[in-house]
Design a protein around this ligand. Structure first.
Ligand SMILES: [Zn+2]
Length: 204
């Protein structure tokens, strides 16, 4: 693309670095922003500035939060003996949308993937073990994607957790997790959590 302005080119390059945004879309977004009022653009940039500066991760479940403890972990209505382990915050949002889960979460922040250089130490696994060690947890639901990375992570967690007196279950593995949840309807997702099965059954 031949740009008439270096400023325009730089802005398009930044937008173009976002996932799923090609150069044409980036240009369209930047030109759209240019047409907005100063106040609108200021609000847009301020929200991005604050996002990176002020966002926190819950010290208990590592979900993205505005506080040191997220609203789910802080709620006395949630069952703290039941932890649903997920890949990232999108999964928490999808499961919350089902309005059928009353337990709490643990957000790993990714999946074990040797190909991408992601090992267990890069994920919030230690925090999960600590929660189980405290002895209040009765069941762990491993709600991870039905991919090789998801399977590897589930098996790793199972081996880490089986020494504790805690029930380990998984949800129906046909469910797409980790960003593809918008394609799963809430009823199906809610049902697969309700009909979760012990993990041992899968490994024999
Ligand atoms: Zn939390």
């Amino acid at each position: 693309m031949n740009f008439s302005s270096k400023l325009l080119e730089n802005a398009v390059a930044e937008f173009g670095r976002l996932p799923g945004v090609g150069q044409k879309t980036a240009l369209r977004l930047v030109l759209h922003l240019l047409k907005q009022s100063d106040a609108d653009v200021a609000r847009f940039t301020a929200s991005l500035d604050r996002l990176k500066e002020d966002i926190q991760y819950c010290q208990e479940c590592f979900n993205i939060s505005d506080h040191t403890t997220c609203e789910i972990c802080a709620s006395f209505k949630r069952d703290k003996s039941l932890i649903c382990v997920v890949e990232d915050t999108r999964d928490v949002m999808a499961i919350e949308n089902t309005n059928s889960y009353q337990g709490v979460y643990h957000v790993l922040g990714g999946l074990i993937s040797p190909m991408d250089g992601v090992g267990p130490a890069d994920l919030k696994i230690e925090g999960l073990i600590n929660r189980v060690q405290r002895g209040e947890v009765e069941e762990i639901i491993l709600a991870l994607s039905a991919t090789m990375e998801g399977d590897t992570t589930i098996f790793y967690l199972y081996r880490k957790l089986r020494e504790f007196n805690v029930k380990i279950t998984t949800i129906a593995r046909g469910i797409a997790f980790g960003g593809e949840l918008e394609y799963v309807d809430e009823l199906t997702l809610g049902r697969s959590i309700a009909t979760r099965v012990p993990y041992e059954r899968h490994v024999g």
